[in-house]
Design a protein around this ligand. Structure first.
Ligand SMILES: Nc1ncnc2c1ncn2[C@@H]1O[C@H](COP(=O)(O)OP(=O)(O)OP(=O)(O)O)[C@@H](O)[C@H]1O
Ligand SMILES: O=C(O)[C@H](O)COP(=O)(O)O
Length: 407
């Protein structure tokens, strides 16, 4: 067993010269049918490189999208992107567990790497079922005999009880890959570490339910919740400001979420008002220029707000500088457009400059670090997970991690 605080084996425990089945999460944005490069490739490449350099024979499993959605594609393009991060070829095999796949697996030489087709193209993969059921599927039973070890590196998919994540650990000795190990350690820190000083959580983004879940479960641990994004605007609406609704009937960023969650948001404000900080100013797009308004001066919402204002950004940065630990989930604005990156970037820069324990999570939000030239090394951890990150922060078990612990 390695020195990790988790109770699963890691690559440090793997014997030499193994035939290894490795589950990655290469789920990516798809544009014009092609996967777009993102941090997941770079991170998982480190695990794959380590295994290849150690002379293991490596078959990779991953998924893309879901059946019926536009992002449900083959993994051929993913193999090319992954190969670009490795000093090894990645051979793409257009099969998951049939003879084509097993023949290719048996033909692997030491250090060679192949990627099997999208696991979600196989009927056994998706239905959320118990690990015991998944272990009995044809998918798992057909592939398992070809391997000495199973490595789960797909932390960001570990909240799913799918065959490739929970079935194999019951029938093949299982290990956590480096991404799994690092993500697990950092994201469970809020539950496992104790902090003497101020603990701050910056919550924004598009999903009010993420913010409500985090406040519900971490309300006793976190001293200050700093709000922004669409979620923050919904809280402002619950607080009486005339914002937090859709201007365009074609758009549904706010109204459905308001219908579904406004009572919970109002209760949260009642119960935790002193812990919750809302934006005091907001920014919008005025003919391509950033325009700012104080929330107190807004009589009627006539524009879409795309960021918190500069005063809010500065006061949030001040709280960060006074914190011993800072956790981030969701962006404070549409940081992908430079004029509306102020809130997200000022807060991230304050975290980077401050000697606090810091974790930045969310598939989208973590991109801001790279986009605005910040150094990932200035953060304790930058998570590539969205749903799994939220579940880990709120102390919920992840099916894939639980299966590893059982192996
Ligand atoms: N006011 C706003 N209007 C529209 N979009 C916003 C606004 N504020 C933030 N966003 C968007 O929120 C997104 C990030 O939040 P999201 O809820 O997707 O969370 P995440 O934690 O990064 O990702 P995920 O959970 O999807 O992995 C950004 O892409 C940003 O553009
Ligand atoms: O991209 C992700 O967040 C994970 O791969 C999980 O994907 P899913 O939400 O389609 O199950």
């Amino acid at each position: 067993m390695s020195t990790s605080t988790a109770t699963f084996d890691t690559l440090d425990d793997l014997d030499d010269g193994q035939r290894v089945l490795v589950r990655l999460d290469l789920n990516s944005p798809i544009e014009d049918g092609e996967p777009q490069d993102n941090r997941r490739f770079e991170r998982h490449a480190q695990t794959v490189r380590e295994l290849a350099d150690a002379g293991h024979r490596i078959a990779l499993l991953a998924h893309q999208g879901r059946p019926g959605r536009e992002d449900f594609t083959s993994l051929a393009g993913h193999a090319e992107i992954l190969a670009s991060y490795l000093d090894h070829d990645v051979v793409f095999v257009e099969d998951i567990y049939g003879e084509t796949a097993t023949d290719a697996i048996e033909a692997l030489d030491a250090g060679e790497v192949l990627l099997l087709e999208n696991t979600r193209m196989c009927d056994d993969e998706l239905p959320e079922e118990a690990p015991e059921t998944k272990a009995e599927t044809e998918f798992v039973q057909s592939l398992a005999p070809h391997f000495d070890a199973y490595v789960n590196d797909a932390y960001s998919a570990a909240h799913r009880s799918h065959a490739s994540l929970v079935g194999f650990p019951l029938v093949v000795p299982a290990y956590a890959g480096r991404v799994m190990e690092t993500e697990y350690e950092a994201n469970t820190a809020i539950a496992n570490k104790s902090f003497d000083g101020r603990v701050t959580m910056v919550v924004g983004g598009t999903k009010a339910t993420d913010v409500i879940d985090v406040m519900n479960t971490l309300g006793e641990t976190v001293d200050d919740f700093l709000l922004g994004g669409i979620a923050g605007e919904l809280f402002l609406r619950a607080d009486g400001a005339p914002v937090g609704f859709d201007l365009d009937p074609e758009q549904d960023l706010y109204d459905s979420q308001w219908e579904a969650n406004h009572e919970l948001i109002e209760e949260m404000l009642d119960e935790r008002r002193e812990q919750i900080t809302l934006a005091t100013d907001l920014a919008s797009d005025d003919d391509g220029e950033r325009a700012e308004e104080s929330v107190a001066d807004i009589d009627e919402k006539t524009v879409s707000y795309l960021d918190v204002g500069t005063d809010t950004a500065e006061s949030y940065a001040e709280v960060v500088r006074d914190s011993e630990a800072v956790f981030v989930k969701g962006a404070l604005g549409v940081f992908e457009e430079e004029p509306f990156s102020v809130g997200t970037v000022r807060v991230l820069e304050a975290i980077a400059e401050t000697d606090c324990f810091s974790v930045v999570g969310g598939g989208d939000t973590s991109r801001a670090i790279e986009m605005y030239g910040m150094d990932e090394a200035d953060f304790d951890h930058v998570s590539i997970a969205g749903g799994a990150y939220i579940r880990a922060l709120t102390g919920q078990p992840l099916a894939g991690v639980e299966a590893l612990k059982r192996s």
